[in-house]
Design a protein around this ligand. Sequence first.
Ligand code: ADE
Length: 254
Amino acid sequence: MRFDVFTLFPEVFEPYLSVSVLGKAREKGLLEVHLHNIRDWATDKHRTVDDEPYGGGGGMIMKPEPIFAAVEDVLGRPPQTPVILLTPQGRLFTQDVARELAQHPRLALICGRYEGIDERVRQYLVTDEISIGDYVLTGGELPALVVIDAVTRLIPGVLGDPDAPEEDSFAQGLLEYPHYTRPAVFRGWEVPEVLRSGDHARIARWRREQALKRTWERRPDLIEKAKREGRLSPEDLAFLARLEQERRGGPVHS
Ligand code: ADE
């Protein structure tokens, strides 16, 4: 997978991309990140990349010319790959979106800065706009790293365990069950007995129920989505019905 990142601050990427899973993915050639400084395509002697907004108002706006020049130089005119703008106005980034993006061999990411970006960049260059959440950051660099991270770990061969991405929170549309490691007792707090029982069927059932319970408590919207998409078994639905009944204070039949 190749990412071409267009940014005014390329130096913030390297440290994060060099360590751990992403660092190894790059070493193995599974991930390539090409960083492009938009300022290198500015044509005046001050290398200007921003200007005042037409119509007045505060803040500066990113000029269209250096962005078009940079993207078209690197990707062709018109670009033959998706060109994604990171912006709070984009569609919300989710695991489903990460899976969708992981299908492409190459993606371009444009990181906005200042108060905004000239609208013609969105209209005539960008093919997709993504937000990583309903909050405003000072630029698109962290969101671009978020997208690169979430997409890269879905590429076959990047994670040690090939089943790992499927076990994630959200991969199944549920939050994860609780994890424990040694020691069995820490400050008097015990690891649940079932996890030490060696009974794999019981462990699997416990984990599934914990995932369902946690999701039901914290993210009922994800339970509704899983129901709509037919991803819950009759056992799952029976377990959830029991939780509902307990919440209402009704009798529990097991
Ligand atoms: N740029 C600033 N805030 C952002 C956000 N929440 N998502 C994507 N890009 C952004």
